[in-house]
Design a protein around this ligand. Sequence first.
Ligand code: F6P
Length: 357
Amino acid sequence: MTKRIGILTSGGDCAGLNATIRAVALRAHHGHGWTTVGIHYGTLGLLERPVAAEALDVGRLDAAMARQGGTFLGSTNRGDPFAFPMPDGSRKDRSGEMVDGLRLLGLEGLIGIGGDGSLDILRRLLAPSGMPFVGIPKTIDNDVANTERAIGYTTAVAVATEALDRLQPTGASHARVMVLEVMGRDAGHIAVAAGIAGGADVVLIPEVPWHLERVVAHIAGLRAGGRSSALVVVAEAAGQSDEAADAASDAPEHGVGEWLARRLSQATGAEARATVLGHVQRGAMPTAEDRLLAAALGVRAVDLLAEGKADRMVAWWNRQVIDVPLAKVVGRSRTVDRDGTLVRTARALGICLGDAA
Ligand code: F6P
């Protein structure tokens, strides 16, 4: 009988998931003669009977799939097996039902594509069953520990950069301060990278505590020097810094971007406008770089299962695919290095990070 492995996508979607699923199924088929079963809506599909899943037909995994955004399998970030939300508002441990679902599919291994939270849950779900599990990192936030890249990140940076490219001319035409709020639940990777690429004047991230008056002074300096407009990038999590502590009460509906635009306008006298980029950063066609990463990580994940290695995550490090124990990934995160190359580059270009440096 042909060996069957499962694959699922878990947590928030991003660009490059379909390319990853495709790479896994192609490698399983061409490299090992295995069948890949795609599970629908992450762990949620495992609760249905029959289990919501499909054997992937490699004949249909064409180039169109590599470039499609989203995940054709569906995903969830509401399916914690150990505290599953029930209709009456209570929480129930449904991990046993999910493991039964995996057994009903006749799987001999599982590959999960997720951020560190999803990988942690899947690891704990499979541990008692003894079923081998390999994780593939994805998240536009790029904050998974022990990998330099997570799938979806370079696409999100490209989208945010394009947004700055579009905001700059309209801002210049109207002598406005244009504030772009980008995603990043806990980390400022997208903000720093897009800020440099898009020529921002100010980049605010949670890793660098910032002060409103320094941002105001920087913009005032630009205006005094003859520049009428400015580009400001703020990571959604930058609102966690002390300086924006009152953002929540000030602008509960709109977050740090709206709050910042209002404050900058009040303090500098310039007109300011905020754009909250939001999920636009997740739904795009993946960049070539994300597709390459998907291919390299997907292939290696399958080969790890073939080598009998499990409880590991494939990772990108120093231009190589490596694999690391999941124990060294879960419960950690990789935030922006305040002394790293990108932050130093930003400073060297004269970009204001809102701090004293
Ligand atoms: O982790 C990815 C991410 O897009 C974050 O950048 C963002 O804070 C969060 O997910 C949004 O989650 P949701 O799609 O549940 O609103």
